[in-house]
Every structure is written in C-alpha cells, then in structure tokens.
Design a protein around this ligand. Structure first.
Ligand SMILES: CC(C)(COP(=O)(O)OP(=O)(O)OC[C@H]1O[C@@H](n2cnc3c(N)ncnc32)[C@H](O)[C@@H]1OP(=O)(O)O)[C@@H](O)C(=O)NCCC(=O)NCCS
Length: 183
C-alpha cells in the first residue's frame, strides 16, 4: 500500500478534550492552510496540505456557561466547574470574544474592566486541537479594536513566561513591570 494513497489518521484528541472534536474533513485544522507531516502507515511520512476551516468570531457573542466550563477545564487542565459565566461577564466585563467552528465553541477570551479606561485580558482559551492556527491572536486583535472603540486607554494582561512569544511577539503587548499577590 502506498503511503500517498492511504487514508490519513485522524488526530487524537488531547486528554480531557471531551466533545471538542472539529471538522473531520480538514483534520481539525482551522483558519490557515498548512502543511503537516502525517504518518499513514508506520515508517512512512508524507506532506499533506490541510485546508482551512472557517472560524466565526463574535464580540459579546452568545454562549452557554456549560460549553465555556468545558473549554476552560480543557485549557487550564482542571475538573469541569459549574460556573455561571454568563452572569459573570454580563455583570463585570466590557466584553468577551467567542470563536466558533461549525457552531462549536473553540475559543474564548474575557475582558473585565474598571468601567473607565483600563481593560484586562483574562481566560484566553483555544481548544487544544485548534491551537497554533492564529485563533488566539485574532481574538486578541478583536479585543484591542473593541476596547479602543469603547475609549479604553490601556489593555492589561499577565501570563506565565512560556507565553511571552504569544502575548509579546504575536499579539503586540509591551513588557512592563507588574505584580500579583495570590490571595
Ligand atoms: C495561549 C493560547 C490562547 C494561544 O492560542 P493559539 O490560538 O494557539 O495561538 P495563535 O495560533 O494565535 O499563536 C500565534 C503565535 O503565538 C505564539 N504562541 C502561541 N501559543 C504559544 C505557546 N503555547 N507557546 C509559545 N508560543 C506560542 C506562536 O509564535 C504562534 O505563532 P506560530 O503558531 O506561527 O508559531 C492557547 O495556547 C491556549 O488556550 N492555551 C491554554 C490556556 C492558556 O494557557 N491560556 C493563557 C492564559 S494567560
């Protein structure tokens, strides 16, 4: 059997990915056409073009708390909460971004604020199988546009060191001294 004609394997979901499987026709790879090395049979590798899926981004988009709880538990590696996200964001956030692929919630970011000129980026999440396709970066771009439109002057974020390439290089945040206290 030729490696070029064998059906490519489906990508395995990450542990805890639950129902966050995506589009089988494009092997769950949305937004960008990329070349991936796949192994149709043991020992044989071929390059396969993976077609993009359409991702729908919405500022203050509709979502259910249970689907965000699922995405959150996968992204941050904890047991699913039963948190009432809807009430939280409606009461305390300037906005939020929902990213969906064929209706499935695959990305989310929450933007609480001080009610004036400072907005904060938290809960930035992209489902495992959809990561490294530009979804996180696009969600942050939308936040920047919307926070500017709301006349905010500063967008803040804090993050662990390994995410410097994402926030500083890809999303354009400038490094600044900052501090936190775990309460
Ligand atoms: C962090 C996260 C939101 C990034 O989303 P994403 O859609 O995968 O990111 P993008 O595809 O837009 O990344 C754009 C660029 O940022 C950088 N980048 C993204 N994720 C990175 C990571 N985990 N480590 C280092 N660099 C990263 C890369 O340079 C990437 O470009 P490349 O894929 O061409 O190399 C996603 O990895 C995630 O949900 N992680 C789990 C939850 C989490 O830790 N959230 C952050 C809370 S502060």
């Amino acid at each position: 059997m030729s490696g070029n004609t064998a059906a490519p394997p489906r990508m395995s979901p990450r542990p805890g990915a639950g129902s966050l499987s995506g589009c089988a026709d494009c092997m769950h790879q949305p937004t960008r056409a990329v070349q991936k090395t796949v192994r149709p049979v043991p020992g044989q590798f071929v390059q396969r073009a993976i077609l993009p899926c359409v991702i729908d981004y919405k500022w203050r988009g509709d979502f259910r708390s249970d689907e965000l709880n699922e995405l959150h538990s996968e992204g941050f590696g904890h047991e699913p909460f039963q948190h009432d996200w809807r009430s939280q964001v409606e009461l305390h956030s300037l906005g939020w971004v929902c990213a969906r692929s064929s209706g499935l919630l695959v990305g989310f970011v929450n933007v609480p604020w001080d009610g004036d000129t400072h907005a904060f980026l938290i809960d930035t999440l992209v489902a495992g199988q959809y990561q490294r396709r530009g979804i996180g970066k696009r969600m942050v771009e939308i936040v920047v546009e919307e926070a500017r439109a709301a006349r905010c002057e500063w967008l803040h974020v804090d993050f662990e060191d390994h995410l410097r390439p994402f926030y500083l290089d890809a999303c354009g945040f400038a490094p600044t001294p900052a501090g936190t206290i775990a309460l």
